[in-house]
Design a protein around this ligand. Structure first.
Ligand code: SF4
Length: 354
């Protein structure tokens, strides 16, 4: 089947077989690439109109017990700046992000041993409760892997979303990227979170040694698991980490965004400011993304993940800067109630359902 025919089938939301998805992942010319992105935008427009969502990012602890090979904050890396923000700092930053106009507060940490202690975990529950209930903001929590009982406590404290990225669904590559970590336990986080009525985000990394086959498996897994938000992010080399890539990429981040939009039309797909800053926003939205992530207030002393300083203290990671860029693309920010309605409509209704 020709590329255009597969694209037409995808635009009509007909189910594609593996060879057809493979074809979409490999546009053979600039024209085919343009057609792919145009179809992805068309599908996004049909599902979400021209209204984009936007998330604030609060990376409140950069301590971590793990040693992921792609991550600046891996245990023992002397190049990483380590901090653990106080609950008051987290709450103040979240309030500032709310006032700036974000739709959700993404509370992210490394697997910080402090937050695995009784005292630390209780303080995490307090922070989630305060942001969700006192500030009245939707909350995404990205704490790494936890027992199901603790995921349930986070849900009861008010967390709406649980983010936990495999980065790859090739179990051998997973061992290299996340040494010493359990693939199945990480995958189960999403199942447990759904059973606790939380929305879930899955993530895949590009340029870490994966091939097209691995990406096909990731796409199938994201469809199967039913994660409501799926992010793809390019690996950016960091000081002091073993992975020195980026490795050869069979498929780039933008193509992957477009294919995710076509085969999972109603899911949220982030355009992260963390990889290429504000200048990287347009290409990601042009490929079909619909959530701007990683808004970080200038002067907050908070870091990003893929690029820990990029644009942060120039105000380019602000809601106003994003609003301006969206305007130039004929897009706009959704209202907070539009976002709240979306999460209310998509929250798993009971154990096992999405
Ligand atoms: S990716 Fe997360 S779990 Fe892995 S080293 Fe970095 S902060 Fe720790």
């Amino acid at each position: 089947m020709k590329f255009e025919d597969v694209l037409a089938k995808a635009e009509m939301e007909e189910k594609l077989d593996v060879s057809e998805v493979f074809k979409l992942l490999h546009p053979a010319s600039d024209d085919e690439r343009r057609l792919l992105f145009s179809a992805a935008r068309h599908v996004r427009e049909r599902e979400f109109g021209s209204r984009m969502f936007i998330y604030g990012f609060v990376y409140f602890s950069t301590f971590c017990q793990n040693a992921c090979s792609f991550c600046l904050y891996r245990h023992g890396n002397p190049h990483a700046t380590r901090y653990r923000k106080s609950p008051q700092d987290v709450s103040d930053t979240a309030a500032r992000l709310r006032d700036d106009g974000v739709h959700l507060i993404d509370l992210t940490m490394g697997e910080d041993p402090f937050y695995r202690s009784y005292e630390g975990f209780n303080s995490l529950l307090d922070v989630v409760n305060e942001v969700r209930n006192d500030l009245d903001m939707p909350v995404m929590i990205s704490p790494g892997t936890l027992p199901k009982s603790e995921i349930r406590m986070l849900s009861r404290a008010g967390a709406d979303w649980y983010a936990c990225y495999q980065e790859t669904h090739n179990t051998e590559l997973f061992k290299q990227l996340r040494p010493g970590q359990d693939y199945q336990v990480r995958l189960y986080q999403k199942k447990w979170a759904r059973e606790c009525r939380m929305l879930c985000e899955e993530g895949v990394m590009i340029g870490v040694g994966e091939d097209s086959q691995d990406l096909l498996v990731s796409l199938a897994e994201m469809s199967r698991i039913g994660t409501q938000q799926n992010r793809v992010m390019s690996f950016v080399p960091q000081a002091g980490i073993p992975l020195d890539g980026p490795a050869h990429r069979d498929v780039d981040e933008l193509t992957m965004i477009a294919v995710m939009r076509l085969i999972m039309p109603d899911r949220l797909i982030p355009a992260s400011l963390d990889v290429e800053g504000l200048d990287g926003l347009k290409p990601r939205l042009d490929a079909g993304a619909n959530v701007v992530t990683s808004i970080i207030p200038s002067g907050s002393g908070l870091a990003g993940v893929a690029q820990h300083e990029l644009d942060i203290d120039s105000d380019k990671r602000s809601v106003d800067a994003v609003r301006q860029r969206l305007g130039g693309m004929g897009l706009s920010l959704a209202s907070r109630s539009e976002y709240q309605n979306w999460i209310d409509d998509h929250r798993p209704s009971c154990a096992g359902e999405s």
